[in-house]
Write a protein that binds this ligand. Structure first.
Ligand code: MOS
Length: 755
């Protein structure tokens, strides 16, 4: 690993295990369940006004008129912001100078590019007044027909997919592979658009004080958000302070600052008072991202011995008319199954919809359900058990790059998951199992995978003269437990008890912790924190070993061990000194260490880095009504070192439940005439509730990966979504013998084909 911090003398050894690895409950849990955790919208600075968005009811056209006078005449209304009076921005919100810069709709003109696009902001003394006045605007539109769906416009090959990945990758000769095959699968799958629907909607409280800007808003990437705001408003980043201590979920939609958040800042600027703007649930179906719908064709060739000869994965995906996020759905086929020929390709379709963006396992989730179903179909064509077929074909090295990776861990996931689930008792043929109530029972399997990513982060660690510690990192807790897991790393990094370490995160004035995304936050922020702690201890060790009055004097070459607030000589543990004593003798109040982390290019070029897993699912289906329930899920995951098994399991549960949702529930239904999402609320946009999840289990498969980073951490936030949806879909087939290739699977799909 590239270590930015040069340690003086022999580096002190920190004894791990006292905090890392403990199944602690969330440190912020009590605050949250007692309502004392202050989310962005809970802030009410003095003089604050309420802003409410008016959004477009059409998907394409122009706003011809707004009855601003009527809205302004409403009691309590202070101002109505439209393109006519919106404060000037220093930069064009339609500018895109890097793939992380998404184009924003912030009232720059009267054009409408999607339904629910903001078209005005009403600012009033109360939320009620602003809401009522927004309804008085009665927009008149010049309407053009909306283009919706995967066939709504001509398709094209985008310049890149995801963040800068090539749209097409080929290895070997697909044609030759398909010709050589004795069995061929050629299946097309469709996945529905999904919306993030975090419990906490996007919200912002913004206050200007001259050039200084104070913001409360949920963010998965504080420093990037600050930079974007600074650019748009032409102020220096140091003048902007964003607080984001708690997020009520993000799932990717809070990774980048969104248009409505910028509108909140603009509104505050316009009226010269603090302003709060909170999206209504239905307003989240448009301007803050979604997972786009896909159509994926998989062609798989299999030779007589059950080995793949070709794997061709094509994905078509929708994007907006004005920006360039294309779901990299086919790329999952780069990493799971070995084949002499692999091709992945993508096409995009521009339709009148808000720009899609990262949504938990963006690309991996959509691609996984199609790939795992196609692999199941291939196994069936060969008359093989789906697990045996996967064991025959899983990749020993990463198929596209040829680099070694942790395939042994995947094998272990298959084995442990199958054992726990009881897979060996599964009959090969479908429609063979019934429960005591006569429901059809089916068992399915899906392989899970997600890259182990790391980004750049920084951290600061302080040891104070009273023997306590302070660790600072601008990290983000979306609810996943970062406050807790990172504090565990922080305490071990300083070799202190958790209670002796104050951990600060969630604020833009702290060291840049990168983005809480790509399942890379624990590794990224964690490694910076770990190094900051090591740096602080090294500086402390320097003080002691160079001081004749210390029992550690001269121990520099032998090395020291740090444990529970003391340094010990490695060669003679009877000689030790407390942190407090070392600082006191040196006359210091505190000593500070700094740490940084980034992915290691040398390791990256040698190894492919992924977490792995296997998800086993049981469904029960009413043979007459087609009603489907996912009754049992067992996932086995290997994702490197587990910082906190309770939190890691909770990530896997959430991911697997999303898999059930993907396969059986989630579906944003777009009205073909208006281009509006018709089920833009949590009543009609279905996700599983507790009653839908009968039994879910996550096995933590031990894995030591010495290459990903010094702590051996991989990500756990997204992998759970992969594999699970395919497992459920495959279980539906196994229960009924009906192969449904359009997701979510609906009971009518089973009734139409299954009788
Ligand atoms: Mo995630 S979609 O990287 O927040």
């Amino acid at each position: 690993m590239a270590l930015e911090t040069v340690l003086p003398q022999a580096s002190p050894h920190i004894r791990h295990g006292s905090n890392i690895g403990q199944p602690l409950t969330r440190r912020d849990g009590v605050l949250k369940v007692t309502g004392r955790a202050r989310y962005a919208a809970d802030n009410h600075p003095k003089g604050m006004l309420y802003a409410v968005l008016a959004v477009s009811g059409v998907a394409r056209g122009r706003v011809k008129s707004l009855d601003v006078e009527a809205a302004k005449g409403h009691r309590g209304v202070v101002e109505v912001m439209t393109p006519a009076n919106r404060p000037r921005l220093a930069r064009d919100p339609d500018e895109k100078s890097n793939p992380f810069m998404f184009r924003l709709d912030v009232l720059q003109n009267d054009r409408v590019r999607y339904a629910n696009q903001p078209i005005a902001v009403v600012i009033a003394e109360t939320l009620e007044a602003a809401t009522e006045a927004a309804a008085l605007l009665r927009p008149q539109y010049e309407v053009q027909p909306a283009r919706v769906g995967l066939d709504g416009n001509k398709s094209f090959v985008p310049p890149g997919v995801g963040i800068g990945s090539p749209p097409e990758i080929r290895k070997g000769d697909i044609g030759a592979g398909l010709r050589k095959a004795t069995k061929l699968i050629d299946s097309t799958y469709e996945t529905a658009a999904q919306y993030h629907n975090a419990m906490e909607p996007h919200a912002i409280v913004a206050s200007w004080d001259g050039e200084s800007l104070s913001i409360d808003t949920p963010s998965q990437g504080l420093i990037m958000a600050r930079g974007r705001i600074a650019g748009l408003f032409g102020v220096s980043p140091e003048k902007i302070h964003i607080r984001s201590p708690f997020l009520g979920g993000g799932f990717g939609s809070k990774g980048l600052i969104s248009g409505p958040q910028i509108l909140g800042i603009l509104a505050a600027k316009l009226v010269g008072r603090p302003v709060k703007l909170v999206l209504r649930r239905d307003q989240m179906y448009g301007p803050v991202g979604h997972r786009p719908s896909t159509r994926q064709r998989l062609r798989i060739g299999v030779a007589g011995d059950g080995a793949l000869t070709a794997l061709d994965h094509y994905a078509k995906t929708t994007s907006s008319t004005f920006d360039d996020f294309f779901e990299p759905a086919a790329n999952i086929s780069h990493t799971l199954y070995a084949s002499p020929a692999i091709a992945t390709s993508h096409e995009g379709v521009r339709i009148d919809i808000g720009t899609p963006m990262f949504m938990r396992a963006p690309g991996e989730a959509t691609g996984s359900i199609a790939l795992e179903c196609a692999i199941d179909e291939a196994a069936l064509a060969c008359g093989m058990d789906p697990l045996d077929f996967r064991l025959r074909n899983y990749a020993e090295v990463e198929p596209i790059s040829g680099k070694p990776f942790s395939s042994k861990a995947l094998r272990e996931c298959y084995a442990q998951g199958a054992e726990r689930f009881g897979w060996a008792r599964r009959p090969l043929a479908p429609r063979q199992m019934r429960d005591e109530a006569g429901l059809l029972v089916g068992w399915g399997l899906g392989t899970a995978t997600f890259p182990a990513l790391m980004f750049h982060a920084e951290a600061r660690a302080v040891i104070r003269s009273d023997g306590t510690g302070l660790v600072e990192s601008g990290a983000h807790d979306m609810g996943q437990g970062a406050w807790t897991a990172l504090a565990q790393i922080a305490a071990d990094g300083l070799a202190l008890d958790l209670d002796a370490v104050a951990f600060r995160a969630g604020s833009s004035d702290l060291p840049d912790a990168g983005i809480a995304g790509g399942s890379g936050h624990t590794a990224t922020a964690g490694m910076a924190i770990h190094r900051a702690g090591a740096d602080a201890i090294a500086r402390l060790a320097d003080l002691a070993t160079g001081d004749r009055r210390s029992p550690l004097y001269g121990a520099g070459n032998a090395g020291l061990i740090a444990q529970s607030g003391r340094l010990y000589r490695r060669d003679d543990e009877s000689r030790s000194e407390s942190y407090a004593d070392i600082l006191a003798r040196a006359g210091l109040h505190e000593i500070e260490g700094r740490g940084a982390s980034a992915s290691d290019p040398a390791a990256q070029s040698t190894y492919a880095m992924h977490a792995h897993g296997a998800v086993f699912a049981e469904v029960k289906i009413d043979p007459d009504l087609g009603q489907i329930r996912a009754t049992r899920l067992v996932g086995a995951f290997a994702a490197g070192r587990v910082i906190n098994p309770r939190l890691v399991r909770s990530q896997y549960y959430g991911g697997m439940i999303w898999g059930v949702s993907f396969a059986l529930s989630e579906h944003a239904i777009v009205d073909k005439r208006s281009g509006r999402v018709m089920n833009a609320d949590l009543g009609e946009y279905h996700i599983p509730v507790n009653a839908d999840i009968v039994s879910v289990e996550a096995l933590l498969v031990h894995e030591d990966d010495p290459y990903v980073n010094a702590l051996g951490i991989k990500g756990v936030g997204e992998i759970g979504v992969t594999g699970a949806a395919g497992a459920v879909a495959n279980a539906v087939w196994h229960a009924t013998g009906v192969r449904v290739r359009r997701f979510p699977i609906k009971l009518e799909d089973l009734l139409a084909q299954g009788r």
